[in-house]
Ligand binder design. Structure first.
Ligand code: PEP
Ligand code: MG
Length: 329
């Protein structure tokens, strides 16, 4: 089977009745591999910039960041690369930026930290913009957004960085500096009810199912004691995901999913059923998710969705999804 799955690599991720799905990669470190052609993906849906930050002993300089981001943008040249601004705090502390909090997941994380540190945020955005010169495939994604004000503030700083870099580069580039699309992560449940407030300020949304699950269910994603309760197949989480998809369709905003759920067979099917058409996942999940998509019919999905949304437990959802996967072979 594995061989069969690999053989389908060059084929599009398309259901038996012709629904196309974009598959993108989640990456955190540079690889030398030519992922674009090797895995037949449509770019990077999530580049976690905190990973290289965590491997250093101090904040990387703007110059160092330009080199780092430049490598990634170059590696995926011609395809979009969604770079997420620093998402530290929670389970991802920086050794050189001490944080001590009782509830780090409810604390100074992601955009909250970087908005308090314009020195860090502006340098990072400037580095991204500089790295994108001549490549023009950068997109910027904001993590842990909870309110429209945070979006306003972050967008304002991105514009500030843009103008600074444009001015500095004026002598070396005669064309205009490339203006990247800006997106917001939907991973704090409060965002579900505020999509309309930020939709006109940003270009796309990306759902982080890992944190969305943790915050909706009030279950620490890394606490083994409550690991049984951490479950994206919880009907409440599925209702939230469905609501997000519907709202974004109404708002006509591009939407993708970059949490682990997109890389799980059952998760991918359910997301497809809800109308998601852009899934981003780790490289090792790409082949099998494409294979599954190619073996299901989109026409069968509304009934599956109806049943799982009526379920009363994650177990019931799983049973139903396993049945659908078995039917797909
Ligand atoms: C998520 O929360 O689903 C996500 C993609 O981000 P991270 O796992 O890095 O928090
Ligand atoms: Mg997250």
């Amino acid at each position: 089977l594995r061989q069969k799955v690999m053989q389908g690599r060059h084929l599009p991720a398309e259901t038996t009745d012709g629904v196309r799905v974009q598959l993108q990669l989640n990456v955190g470190l540079n690889t030398e591999r030519d992922w674009l052609s090797e895995l037949n993906v449509q770019g990077v849906g999530l580049y976690r910039t905190e990973i290289p930050f965590m491997m250093q002993e101090r904040l990387p300089t703007e110059h160092e960041q330009v080199a780092l981001y430049g490598q990634v943008l170059e590696q995926f040249r011609g395809a979009p690369v969604v770079m997420r601004t620093l998402d530290v705090g929670g389970d991802k502390p920086l050794p050189y930026l001490p944080m001590s909090e009782e509830n780090p997941f409810l604390g100074w994380r992601g955009i909250r930290m970087t908005l308090d540190h314009p020195d860090i945020f502006l340098v990072q955005i400037r580095a991204m913009l500089r790295a994108s010169v001549g490549r023009n495939n950068l997109r910027i994604l904001l993590p842990m957004i909870t309110s429209a004000d945070e979006v306003d503030e972050a967008v304002r700083m991105i514009h500030q960085a843009y103008h600074e870099v444009a001015e500095e580069l004026e002598c070396s580039v005669d064309e205009q500096l490339y203006q990247p699309q800006i997106g917001v992560m939907i991973e704090v449940p409060a965002m579900i009810y505020q999509l309309h407030l930020v939709a006109d300020k940003v270009d796309f949304f990306s759902v982080g199912t890992n944190d969305l699950t943790q915050y909706m269910l009030a279950v620490d994603r890394n606490n083994s004691r409550v690991a049984d309760l951490y479950d994206t197949y919880h009907p409440a989480v599925l209702h939230a995901l469905q609501q997000i998809a519907l709202r974004c369709q109404e708002l006509n905003k591009p939407l993708s999913v970059c949490g682990e759920f997109a890389g799980e067979p059952g998760g991918a099917i359910l997301l497809l059923a809800m109308g998601y058409r852009n899934l981003s996942m780790n490289s090792y999940n790409i082949d099998r998710i494409r294979w599954i998509i190619r073996h299901i019919a989109a026409a069968d999905l509304p009934e599956l969705l109806r049943q799982v949304l009526a379920a009363r437990s994650p177990q019931q959802v799983r049973q139903r999804v396993i049945l659908a996967l078995e039917n797909a072979g």
